[in-house]
Design a protein around this ligand. Structure first.
Ligand SMILES: Nc1ncnc2c1ncn2[C@@H]1O[C@H](COP(=O)(O)OP(=O)(O)O)[C@@H](O)[C@H]1O
Ligand SMILES: [Mg+2]
Length: 259
């Protein structure tokens, strides 16, 4: 099911402001791709263009081509809602729906897509998704308790369960561990490692050790100057990026000389 994503000549705008310029890359299927770079260089903005979430901001738009499974996801005939079903997203702050139980949180996306889910189907999806997110054993006896009652790390895994419940091909994660303690972070990193056998995963992280630990390939974004658009400086295997990058700016960034 997982698929690669081909990005060609992508420019991203907020109104007149060009936030990101000239991105080209191929994100491989069933692998983890990490985006690193200093704050404000457009990592989150670029990530949101990969499931057409960027354009929900008034005045925001995207130029260029992003091909998922042979189809340009920005072609006029493509329904953005269908794209978001194929490309799920997990945010920096775990955001379970506050009034919903653990069970209903997992199903939130499925309920939007299919109003008449049978109880037996729903049970199957909940169990499969919570198992997939390594959360089942911790919550199976309290599925009807509020999602908000879980710890931060559990809430983030609940959000991952909700994202995979609709069986996407791609999972986007924007700094999914930045609000978590080291043990919860490690649980999420282990989970990412398992999920990549099924999904294509793209993760933004400001933690370079994390990028080195979890990803197969890394893209380094940077800004020439404040107010200039962010751009992709280098895209390479993670091993190469962290041992022998092609670009001097990458070397400077990963060795902690700026950012
Ligand atoms: N909703 C928005 N409206 C206008 N500008 C935005 C918005 N979100 C981000 N930006 C701008 O886009 C640029 C890239 O931001 P962002 O993608 O959040 O960077 P990063 O995730 O790398 O820190 C920044 O200059 C930021 O101020
Ligand atoms: Mg960001």
């Amino acid at each position: 099911m997982a698929t690669s994503i081909d990005v060609s000549d992508v420019n991203i705008y907020y109104g007149d402001f060009k936030a990101v310029e000239g991105v080209n890359m191929t994100i491989k299927a069933r692998s983890v791709t990490a985006f690193i770079g200093p704050s404000g260089c457009g990592k989150s903005t670029f990530l949101r263009t990969l499931n057409r979430m960027h354009e929900v901001i008034p005045g925001a738009r995207v130029e260029g081509k992003i091909v998922l499974q042979g189809q340009d996801m920005y072609a006029p005939s493509v329904d953005p809602v269908a794209v978001r079903r194929q490309v799920g997203m997990v945010f920096q702050r775990a955001n379970p729906f506050p009034t919903m139980s653990i069970y209903e949180n997992v199903l939130a996306g499925n309920r939007l897509n299919n109003k008449r889910l049978k109880k037996s189907e729903a049970d199957t999806i909940v169990e499969r998704s919570l198992k997939g997110a390594n959360l089942w054993n911790e919550v199976k006896d309290r599925l009807n308790k509020p999602g908000m009652g879980l710890s931060g790390g559990q809430q983030q895994r609940l959000c991952i369960a909700r994202a995979i419940a609709v069986q996407p091909q791609v999972l986007l994660m924007d700094e999914p561990c930045s609000a978590l303690d080291p043990i919860s972070t490690s649980a999420i990193e282990d989970l990412i490692h398992e999920l990549k056998s099924t999904y294509t995963i793209v993760i933004v992280t400001h933690n370079m050790q994390q990028a080195a630990r979890v990803s197969d390939e890394t893209g380094f974004f940077n800004l020439k100057a404040t107010g200039e658009p962010g751009h992709l400086v280098e895209f390479n295997s993670t091993e190469k990026m962290f041992t022998n990058p092609d670009n001097e700016a990458t070397e400077a960034y990963i060795s902690g000389r700026f950012g």
